[in-house]
Ligand binder design. Structure first.
Ligand code: 13P
Ligand code: SF4
Length: 324
C-alpha cells in the first residue's frame, strides 16, 4: 500500500459526534472487547484514553499477547499491520488508514528486492518501520529499542544488509561494531530538527542533557548525551540527574515525559526555520473523533493476503524470540 500524500481523512459527521468523546470511546471499546494501543507520538487526548502506550517493540509485544477481540491501533500503518500479522484472527482497526510513514514509503518492496539481489549472501535485518512486503523479504525485524542487541547476536561470518533507515543503521553499526550495507532511507520528521536551535539550547542550558532518537541525522546524534527508542528516552528522563532535558524526537513524547518528571524542564528541539515539521504528520492524522468512529463502524480494518502475512510473520517472531 502506498501513502503518497498526507491528508486529513474525514471520519464521522460532526453532527453525530458525541459531546463526551472519551466516555463514548470507553463504552464502545468495552462493548467490542477492544484494546486501544497507542504510540507516544499520538496526540495527548489519545494517549490519555489508551489502554496501553509504548514504543514499537512494546506495542508489538502487547499486540502479540492481547486476548481482546479487536485491536485499535493508534499509531501508523506499519504498526497496525504488524499487529494484524501477529493476530490474523482479530480485527485490527487504524483510525485513519492514511497514517503511513515516510520511512516505510522510502523502501518500496520491488526496489528492495532488487537491492537484496545485489547482496545475495547478506543476512537481511529490517527496521519495523517498513511494509509487510519488505518484512516478508527480511530474515529479522528489529526496532530502535533492540536493534543493537540483535545485530550483536548475528553470526560473524555473514555480512548484514540493514533497511530502511540509514541513520539508525549508522548508529547500530557504531554501537555493534558490525559493518552494515545500508538502504538509503530516512524519516522526514527526525531529519527536520534544527542544528542551530539545538546548539542554542545547549548554550542557554549548559547543564541540560540531550536525549535523541537514533533516527536523527548523525551530526545531531553526535551532540546527544543519550540515544534510544522512545521508551528508553522516557526511562532516561527519569533516571538522569539532569534537571533540564533537551528532547530530539517527535514532541508527542513530551506528554508522557512531563508526567514522569513533572519537576524537570523539557526543551523540545524545533524543526529547521521554526517549522512545525518535527511533529509527525502521519501520526497526527489519528484523532479522538476518528478513534470513536472506527470503534462505531469497525472500519477501517487492516487486511492482508495470507501468504504475505505468513512470510512477514517469520522475521517478526524471530525478533520477539531473540530480544530480551
Ligand atoms: P520507537 O520504536 O522508538 O517508538 O520509534 C517509532 C518511530 O516511528 C520513531 O519515528
Ligand atoms: Fe515514520 Fe518518522 Fe513518523 Fe516515525 S516519526 S512514524 S519514522 S514518519
Amino acid at each position: 500500500m502506498v501513502f503518497a500524500a498526507v491528508h486529513n481523512t474525514s471520519a464521522g459527521s460532526a453532527a453525530n459526534t458525541p459531546a463526551d468523546l472519551p466516555t463514548a470511546i470507553r463504552t464502545l471499546s468495552r462493548e467490542r472487547n477492544a484494546v486501544i494501543l497507542a504510540h507516544y507520538y499520538q496526540e495527548d487526548a489519545i494517549q490519555d484514553i489508551a489502554d496501553f502506550i509504548g514504543d514499537s517493540l512494546e506495542l508489538s509485544r502487547k499486540a502479540a499477547s492481547t486476548d481482546a477481540d479487536v485491536i485499535v491501533f493508534c499509531g501508523v500503518h506499519f504498526m497496525a499491520e504488524t499487529a494484524k500479522i501477529l493476530n490474523p484472527g482479530k480485527i485490527v482497526l487504524l483510525p485513519d488508514l492514511n497514517a503511513g510513514c515516510s520511512l516505510a514509503d522510502a523502501c518500496p518492496a520491488d526496489a528492495f528486492a532488487a537491492f537484496r539481489e545485489q547482496h545475495p549472501d547478506h543476512f537481511v535485518v529490517s527496521y519495523i518501520n517498513c511494509s509487510a512486503a519488505v518484512k516478508a523479504q527480511s530474515d529479522l525485524i528489529c526496532t530502535s529499542s533492540n536493534a543493537v542487541e540483535l545485530v550483536k547476536k548475528l553470526p560473524l561470518d555473514r555480512p548484514i544488509l540493514f533497511a530502511p533507515d540509514q541513520n539508525l543503521g549508522r548508529w547500530v553499526q557504531a554501537q555493534s561494531g558490525r559493518e552494515l550495507s545500508l538502504w538509503p532511507g530516512s524519516c522526514m520528521v527526525h531529519e527536520s530538527f534544527s542544528e542551530q536551535a539545538l546548539l542554542q539550547l545547549k548554550l542557554d542550558h549548559p547543564d541540560a542533557e540531550v536525549l535523541a532518537h537514533p533516527e536523527c541525522l548523525p551530526h545531531l546524534l553526535d551532540l546527544a548525551d543519550f540515544i534510544g527508542s522512545t521508551s528508553k528516552l522516557l526511562l532516561r528522563a527519569e533516571d538522569s540527574d539532569a534537571q533540564s532535558l533537551i528532547v530530539l524526537t517527535e514532541p508527542g513524547i513530551l506528554h508522557q515525559m512531563q508526567q514522569r518528571v513533572p519537576h524537570k524542564l523539557l526543551l523540545p528541539v524545533p524543526g529547521a526555520d521554526g517549522c512545525s515539521c518535527n511533529a509527525c504528520p502521519y501520526m497526527r492524522l489519528n484523532t479522538l473523533e476518528k478513534l470513536w468512529h472506527c470503534l462505531l463502524t469497525m472500519e477501517p480494518q487492516i487486511t492482508m493476503d495470507e501468504q504475505l502475512r505468513q512470510r512477514a510473520l517469520t522475521p517478526i517472531q524471530r525478533m520477539l524470540e531473540m530480544s530480551a
